[in-house]
Design a protein around this ligand. Structure first.
Ligand code: COA
Length: 338
């Protein structure tokens, strides 16, 4: 019997050690806890204290997901890492994962760069690979080292982001855990969130120096997301797949802004216990925010299994994507690997 339906077998997540509070930010530029919290819902964020901490946590997160999936590193057929703000460009994050999980096989490993939509885009790729029969076990990793790409003199952007890691194992099965999945992009509004590559190094071309920092038109991003995402979830994620909003147990939205999460919650008519948030303590951890929120909520018992969840990511590109996934018993049984 050949099985080619995607089962989500295990997840893992890690949050870094270094805590930066809103009060800490008031020491580096003119801002206040009240300003930041009232507009974003963020009180503090976590940063990788060093590259070595980032890679140590990356290895542990992936091993945690493998343990929860009850499969060995050698059973993984491909690694996909959603990592737009990696600790280093080369070797890429997925090849670092390959080394850290100590697989003995030369399996393919590649990164995708879709910022905060990384988990959903990765899941869409994994879904297609599994259904095509090409791979049986996929390790999908999300990792963004946002703090290294922010201008910490810019109070409009540096207040928003934190670092983090997530991992998920998707395996071929006779049971389907991806009940709906969709990805989209609109490059015409790409300048809403941008990051140039650092320039000024080559003597033969335009030498205008630039730094590699994230820039954002905050109000444009806010309006774009608030306009598009609520109806995207109801129309493209739920209705198109004949899923009744009341039949889904949880909403785990990308943690970009508490006001956006509340807008979507209101549109779906969900009570607070159905909406998972962690933005207050972690800020926006880019591609990892959904997986970290899922992992924390499973660990704390806020999410019970078996259940279903709407997931939806959005960000630079502008790219966005969403789906409904099944959360089965045991996907986060091993919370104590760290
Ligand atoms: N502390 C105090 N004042 C600040 C500030 C800060 N950290 N950042 C900006 N300001 C000031 C601005 O200088 C401006 O002052 P001015 O009117 O004197 O020029 C004023 O506050 C309003 O700035 P504005 O950028 O219009 O603020 P805003 O109300 O749009 O809030 C965001 C800014 C970033 C919180 C909001 O636009 C937002 O959340 N956008 C979505 C961003 C997002 O989610 N990005 C990630 C997507 S994945």
């Amino acid at each position: 019997m050949i099985y080619n339906l995607p089962m989500i077998k295990g997840i893992g997540y890690a949050i870094p050690s270094k805590i930066v509070t809103n009060a800490d930010l008031t020491k580096i530029f003119d801002t206040s806890d009240e300003w930041i919290y009232s507009r974003t819902g963020i009180k503090e964020r976590r940063l990788f204290a060093s590259d070595s901490e980032a890679f140590e946590l990356l290895g542990k997160t992936c091993k945690q997901a493998l343990n929860n999936a009850e499969i060995k590193a050698d059973d993984i057929d491909i690694i996909i890492a959603a990592s737009s703000m990696p600790v280093q460009l080369m070797p890429n994050t997925s090849c670092m994962v390959q080394k850290l999980i100590e697989t003995s096989r030369n399996i393919p490993a590649f990164d995708i760069s879709v910022a905060c939509s990384g988990l959903v885009y990765g899941l869409d790729i994994a879904n297609s690979y599994i259904r095509s029969g090409l791979y049986k076990n996929i390790l999908l990793v999300t990792m963004d080292n946002c703090s290294r790409y922010l201008d910490w003199t810019d109070r409009r952007t540096s207040i928003l982001f934190g670092d983090g890691i997530g991992a998920m194992v998707i395996s071929a099965s006779d049971e389907n855990d991806i009940l709906s999945i969709d990805i989209k992009a609109d490059g015409k509004v790409g300048d809403y969130i941008s990051m140039p590559v650092q320039k000024g190094n080559c003597p033969f071309v335009d030498k205008a120096p630039t730094l590699q920092f994230l820039d954002m038109k905050g109000q444009d991003v806010y309006k774009f997301v608030a306009n598009i995402i609520p109806s995207y979830i109801t129309d493209d994620i739920l209705n198109k797949n004949d899923i009744d909003v009341n039949d889904v147990d949880y909403l785990v939205l990308h943690q970009a802004n508490q006001r956006i999460i509340s807008t979507v919650q209101e549109r779906l008519g969900y009570s607070d216990d159905k909406v998972i948030t962690n933005i207050e303590k972690l800020g926006n951890t880019s591609a990892s925010s959904i997986l970290i929120a899922l992992g924390e909520a499973l660990k704390d018992g806020k999410i019970k299994t078996p259940s279903t969840a709407i997931i939806c990511g959005f960000g630079a590109g502008m790219c966005w994507g969403g789906g409904v996934i099944r959360l089965r018993d045991g996907i986060f049984k091993d919370a104590n690997i760290f």
